[in-house]
Design a protein around this ligand. Structure first.
Ligand SMILES: C[S@@+](CC[C@H](N)C(=O)[O-])C[C@H]1O[C@@H](n2cnc3c(N)ncnc32)[C@H](O)[C@@H]1O
Length: 210
């Protein structure tokens, strides 16, 4: 996963060009930032920062984090009109102990790459970086026949995988899960809000007060 996205950084944003997905993306470019009005946002796995400038327009501040230097360098090169974005290299599974807690968190196309056996530990670690009552939103892909890369196998734990090829000809097996709304609510709580688009979903919830 980590190595694959380091190698994919330069070609990553081509995925946003799929013609059939443009109507959804146009809606989400409005809907997602609106969740973060005046918030101090921790962005997990920001990648090349496709969403970061949009969120930063609405948020008070954004700390955009990713494991890999390569996508982070692209994210840093974008224009942030309000000058309210900082960047940090961080492993989502071992987040640093930031002094100031965040009032919100956003992660796009991250949930689908978390092995099922690591989700609860990831959520516990994330919770430590956030204020009680913080808003958290995850956005990711729905599996759509004919548009999504086919699933190549399923492991014993229930994780699904795709065989992907990069522009340099290299082949990679990438863990990519497609959770149902019920599976998401089982992890995030019954109150989690689930919004379905044709090609994507957004699940959001509030961190419980301690
Ligand atoms: C599918 S991309 C999502 C990028 C971005 N959020 C977006 O919506 O375009 C997944 C990102 O996760 C990052 N990543 C992989 N393993 C990670 C980890 N353990 N901690 C944090 N980020 C990680 C990759 O470098 C990559 O940028």
């Amino acid at each position: 996963m980590e190595k694959y996205y380091a190698r994919r950084a330069a070609e990553y944003e081509k995925i946003f060009d799929k013609p059939e997905r443009q109507a959804d993306l146009a809606r989400m470019r409005v809907d997602i930032p609106s969740l973060f009005l005046n918030q101090s946002v921790l962005e997990i796995a920001c990648g090349t920062g496709y969403w970061t400038p949009l969120i930063a327009e609405q948020a008070e501040s954004v700390l955009a984090t990713d494991y890999n230097e390569e996508p982070l360098a692209i994210a840093k090169s974008k224009t942030y009109r309000k000058g309210n974005v900082a960047f940090a290299q961080a492993d989502a599974y071992a987040l640093p102990d930031w002094k100031n807690k965040f009032s919100a968190c956003y992660a796009g196309f991250w949930w689908s790459h978390i092995p099922l056996g690591r989700i609860d530990a990831f959520l516990r670690g994330l919770g430590k970086a956030l204020e009680p009552g913080a808003t958290v939103a995850f956005m990711d892909n729905r599996y759509v026949e004919g548009s999504s890369t086919p699933i190549s196998r399923k492991d014993a734990e229930g994780n699904t995988y795709q065989a992907r090829r990069l522009g340099d000809g290299s082949s990679h097996e990438v863990l990519k899960n497609f959770p149902t709304p019920q599976e998401l609510r089982a992890r995030l709580g019954k109150e989690a809000r689930y919004v379905e688009y044709e090609y994507y979903w957004v699940a959001s919830y509030r961190i419980m007060a301690a």
